[in-house]
Design a protein around this ligand. Structure first.
Ligand SMILES: [Zn+2]
Length: 78
């Protein structure tokens, strides 16, 4: 678990902070496992709480509940 680091996930449209998330490894963010979300600043509806854009879809990935990020809707910072 030592390769997990905390990142911040923002809405690309309005730069609102959506999640703090424990991400594994390098590379782009294509999915969020629900149990690795550290802080959730949304209403839990996979929409930006500020501008209302839908940024992800719920999916089961490797048998775990996850949010599949919609391309071009978010950006991340370390
Ligand atoms: Zn937004």
């Amino acid at each position: 678990m030592s390769d997990l680091k905390t990142i911040k996930i923002y809405c690309l449209n309005c730069r609102t902070l959506l999640y703090r998330y424990y991400k594994r490894g390098k590379g782009s963010l294509v999915k969020c496992y629900v149990d690795r979300i550290k802080n959730d600043y949304t209403a839990g509806d996979l929409r930006c709480p500020n501008c209302g854009i839908e940024f992800a879809k719920p999916r089961m990935i490797h048998g775990k509940p996850a949010y599949k990020i919609i391309g071009g809707k978010v950006f991340i910072k370390s």
